[in-house]
Design a protein around this ligand. Structure first.
Ligand code: GRF
Length: 224
């Protein structure tokens, strides 16, 4: 049976991770099933203990571990970025996905990135940029919460938001339960967003987001 991936050139995707890598796994599974027209050309982890590394290796994907701490010493951001840039340039991705990548990249790295970058953020941007998003949503008594995928620009969590998945917060929710529930949304939002990017429905260029009278404004929202 012909699959989606047979029908068109594959988007070359590099993924940057720091931890468990459940979002990476979703992409691996979708790629292997032929549900996404992508090839994951490599994974970079800034954490040598990240379970995401095993997930990538098990799938036969190139992994580069650029640990942020080695022998008790923290790798300078400049050094990390030098190696990451070399590695990414080598892999020639069309798209770089930050999926649970917990190091803030410099404006210089972002500007000269070998491919456009998207980031998965566990809140409905522009609300709750940065960390502790679920606790902040609970503290504020928010009725809705969710996750966003946005283009990465020099300003933290501030690039064009492409897509969002939204859930209703229950009075019983705490930060932990929201994290679990939001992660389930992430696992749907990430492959859908990459499919839209791979098919050219969403443009990868930050300058291409001119409002259209015929199409709804971004972000596209998925309510689950
Ligand atoms: C995700 O919840 C993401 O929103 C946050 O880090 C988590 C990564 O999860 N930035 P995983 O490593 O993909 O399992």
């Amino acid at each position: 049976m012909a699959t989606l991936s047979d029908a068109q050139p594959k988007l070359r995707v590099a993924v940057l991770v720091s931890g468990n890598g459940s979002n990476l796994q979703v992409l691996i599974d979708a790629m292997q099933a032929g549900a996404l027209p992508i090839e994951i050309v490599g994974v970079i982890s800034n954490n040598q203990d990240a379970f995401a590394i095993s997930r990538a290796k098990d799938a036969g994907i190139n992994v580069s571990v650029l640990s942020h701490v080695a022998n008790g010493k923290r790798m300078a951001l400049k050094t990390f970025e030098k190696y990451a840039f070399e590695q990414l340039t080598n892999w020639q991705p069309d798209l770089i996905v930050l999926a649970g990548f917990m190091r803030v990249l410099s404006a210089n790295f972002i500007e000269y990135s070998p491919a456009p970058m998207i980031n998965l953020h566990p809140a409905l941007l522009p609300a709750y940029k940065g960390l502790d998003t679920h606790q902040r949503a609970v503290n504020a008594g928010d009725r809705v919460h969710g996750c966003s995928i946005h283009l990465v620009t020099a300003e933290l969590d501030s690039g064009q938001v492409l897509t969002q998945a939204v859930l209703n917060v229950s009075p019983k929710d705490c930060a932990q339960s929201l994290q679990t529930r939001v992660q389930k949304l992430e696992h749907q939002l990430l492959p859908w967003t990459i499919l839209l990017l791979a098919k050219g429905v969403l443009p990868l260029n930050n300058d291409d987001y001119s409002p259209s009278a015929y199409l709804p404004n971004l972000p596209l929202k998925l309510v689950l």
